[in-house]
Design a protein around this ligand. Structure first.
Ligand SMILES: *Cc1c(COP(=O)(O)O)cnc(C)c1O
Length: 384
């Protein structure tokens, strides 16, 4: 069965991991810092903090911006639940801005409208978490302008978008945002098994995230209450977590970064094949703005008309041909946990209408072009 995403591991990756496993330090050695440095250089950020998964990166990002009880965080419904859960972990409340019906990313028009209303009600968000859906960057310049006007901070959930760029600058440069988070789950641009990272250009944000990723423990005498501490002395100065990445994971990540651009090229070629071969069918593709380059984490198509029977039929036919399709994403607030928080159907109509019609097709660097052809033939057979 072909699933929507999958890692690509070569002998260099395996050798890199094995060499760390044979070394004295399999965690908290030097590999994590080297991997952080590599991502900083790739993305054009000043500081990076590796952590145990992308969800941890989002949680740390919220904490380092001071998100807590009484605060409001906004994100989009068309995302993985972690983009919203991170705010709840901090005791903040979450709200959702609907997506644009053609880019499937946050709608700038609806964001602005919601900000106007929120300002009147004194309920402006502290943080907005835009998600670069499928690897296609959001209109960050517009979001940055609104952040300036309304005084909120920005965490880019770039779990899909390592390797993507906006106006010729890599996602991760933090040009319009405070923090950018990545995930290295095996379906993402590069993998460390589980793993994540946040990047920032503000040192105090990165320092806080690093402290909290390591139990809130410091060995920096400047931060301690004790004067002239002994060399073995350390202090816990905040309530943190163990969100560290191990060194053999970091070694895998460091090895994978070398192939990141090649991975994105392969994904881009597959997306192009799908677009060519499905052209003319009653399907809508994601509109990718001219100013951006997508990392093609997902390739989604929408049935032009809402037809649950047809969607189910396509899903089953693909399945019997060896392809397991997905629907990314069910609007977060429709999940049971969020419904009990007071959200209900009808809240974000674009996201709901999108979800009814969407199917995501397999896309990953090693996906064979014969398989792309085969799946496209299945689609054509349904519509011809
Ligand atoms: C994968 C993903 C995450 C979470 O990453 P993990 O590494 O699995 O914790 C968060 N947000 C989005 C949009 C994702 O796709």
């Amino acid at each position: 069965m072909i699933y929507y995403g999958r890692q690509s591991i070569n002998q260099d990756d395996i050798d890199a991991v094995v060499s760390v496993l044979k070394s004295p330090m399999i965690t908290q050695g030097e590999m994590t810092a080297r991997f952080e440095q590599a991502i900083c250089e790739y993305a054009g950020a000043k500081y990076a903090v590796a952590c145990s998964h992308g969800t941890a990166a989002l949680h740390l990002a919220c904490l380092s911006l001071g998100v807590g009880e009484g605060d409001i965080v906004w994100t989009v419904p068309n995302t993985f639940v972690a983009s919203a859960n991170c705010a709840l972990y901090c005791g903040a409340s979450i709200d959702f801005v609907d997506i644009d019906a053609s880019t499937f990313n946050i709608s700038i028009v609806l964001l602005e409208k919601k900000l106007v209303d929120a300002e009147k009600q004194g309920r402006l968000p502290k943080v907005l978490i835009p998600v670069h859906f499928a690897g296609s960057p959001c209109a960050m310049d517009e979001i940055g302008r609104l952040a300036h006007q309304y005084g909120f901070r920005i965490i880019e959930d770039a779990s899909h978008a390592l390797g993507a760029s906006f106006n010729d600058r890599k996602i991760g440069a933090c040009e319009f945002s405070d923090v950018v988070t990545f995930s290295f789950h095996p379906v993402k641009s590069i993998t460390t098994g589980e793993g994540g990272m946040l990047v920032a250009n503000d040192k105090s944000i990165a320092d806080k995230a690093r402290l909290l990723a390591n139990h809130g423990i410091t060995r920096n005498p400047e931060l301690m209450s004790k004067e002239n501490p002994e060399p073995w002395y350390y202090e816990q100065i905040a309530l943190g977590y163990n969100y560290r990445m191990t060194d053999f994971q970091a070694a895998l990540g460091l090895s994978q970064v070398k192939r990141l651009d090649a991975f994105i090229e392969q994904r881009t070629a597959i997306a192009e094949m799908y677009r060519q071969q499905l052209r003319g069918l009653p399907l809508t593709f994601q509109q990718v703005q001219l100013s951006v380059k997508s990392s093609w984490h997902l390739f989604v198509v929408l049935l032009n008309t809402y037809d649950p029977g047809k969607k189910a039929y396509l899903f089953e036919l693909a399945r019997s041909s060896g392809f397991s399709l997905n629907c990314h994403y069910r609007p977060v607030y429709l999940h049971q946990h969020y419904c009990s928080d007071g959200f209900s159907a009808g809240y974000c109509p674009n996201s709901e209408g999108y979800f009814e019609r969407v199917l995501s097709l397999p896309i990953f660097s090693e996906l064979d072009s014969d398989l792309v052809n085969k799946l496209c033939a299945v689609f054509r057979s349904v519509f011809d």
